[in-house]
Structure formats: C-alpha cells, structure tokens
Design a protein around this ligand. Structure first.
Ligand code: MLT
Length: 201
C-alpha cells in the first residue's frame, strides 16, 4: 500500500497508524498526529480502492452502504500490511494506535472487529458501524476515543451509539466526544483526543 513512515523520538510511544477519509491520502492526518503527539512514529497509509478517482480503504455500494466482502478482504490486507511494516521499519507491532477519520475510522473499527490484539488503542473520528453480525474479539480494555458530530449528515447519532455499545460490550474502554459540528473534524475534538491520549498512553 502507498504509505509514509516517519520515525519519532519517543520509542515508548505507540506508532500512529493514520487512515484518511474518502478522497484523502497517506499525508492527510499528519497534522492531527503532530497535534496529538509530535514525538510518536507515524505510519500514514493510502487506501487501495478508488471511487471515481478518490482513494478509500474499501468499496461501498452507496453512501453508508458498504461492500462487506470487500471490507473483510481489505481489513485483512491492512492487518497484514501493519505486520509487514512493523518488520520493515522496526516498530513494535503490539503498540500501534490507529487514528482514522470517516472511511479510515471505519476500517480501523473493522480491524478491531476482526482481529484480537490488533491495536493498542484507536482514535475514531466520525466512524460508522463497519459491519453487523460479527462477534468482536475481546478488546481487553483497549482505550478507544470516538469523536462525533451531533449534526453529522452522514452518520445518525444512533449509528455512533451502536458502535460505542458494541465496542464496550467487547470490553473496550470507550471515551466519547460529541460536538455540534457535522462530518468535518474540529479543533475541539482533536484537543479532546489529545487529552484522552495523554491520559491513556
Ligand atoms: C464510508 O464510506 O466509509 C463512510 O460513508 C464515510 C465516508 O468515507 O464518506
């Protein structure tokens, strides 16, 4: 997968796995990573699927309706990629924190839905339920931050709440931030994510 890796000064910090939204690329979330912690190593990844020229991490049939077969396939592709990159760049595979926005948050959630011990933590910004009728592995108190907008035109509040409940039921420790905004990221939610990061890592 297309990617960028930047080694950080703090070898004990988690490596940030950056997963962009639809139409983004591996560099999009670098400023967010810098705000959360400037010292962490960063692996920014570009989704392998193209929708009208816009990179994504998996195919969708329409807005909010996912191609589940492709989602499962792409989730494994990303999971294997993290493993390969940890060997290539010598970072601790057991200490990876995903930072995903929108489509990137959805594949990060899908990684947690499918693979045990895949992530040491996750910042999911404007995520949806990646898929239903999956038994989520025990998340063993993995800290998860979820940022959402009360006026998000793409994601109804009940969808985010369903995701929160599913992650909690699998023993994730979920912290929620609800802003007034829509689907876009806000400085306020990144400030809250940074506080959460400082409290947990
Ligand atoms: C998705 O397709 O993953 C979500 O609908 C959000 C988006 O990326 O537009």
């Amino acid at each position: 997968m297309e990617h960028i890796f930047k080694e950080g000064n703090d070898k004990n910090a988690p490596t940030f796995l950056l997963l962009h939204g639809t139409g983004g690329n591996e560099r999009d979330l670098l400023p967010i990573a810098e705000m959360i912690s400037p010292n962490a190593s960063v692996l920014g990844v570009r989704g392998n699927v193209l929708e009208n020229g816009m990179p994504r991490f998996f195919r969708r049939l329409s807005e909010g309706v996912f191609d589940e077969e492709d989602l499962v396939f792409r989730t494994k592709e990303l999971y294997d990629f993290i493993e390969d990159m940890s060997k290539k760049y010598h970072f601790d595979r057991g200490n990876v924190l995903a930072i995903g926005y929108s489509n990137g948050a959805n594949i990060a959630a899908s990684v947690m839905y499918h693979y045990q011990d895949a992530l040491a933590g996750a910042i999911l910004l404007h995520p949806m339920v990646p898929l239903r009728e999956v038994e989520i592995p025990d998340l063993k108190e993995t800290p998860i931050f979820i940022g959402a907008g009360l006026n998000d035109p793409i994601i109804p509040k009940a969808e985010t709440t369903e995701l929160v409940d599913a992650l909690k039921a699998a023993n994730g420790i979920v912290t929620e931030y609800w802003g007034e905004a829509g689907h876009q990221l806000t400085r306020e939610e990144i400030v809250k994510a940074k506080q959460w990061y400082n409290d947990n890592f």
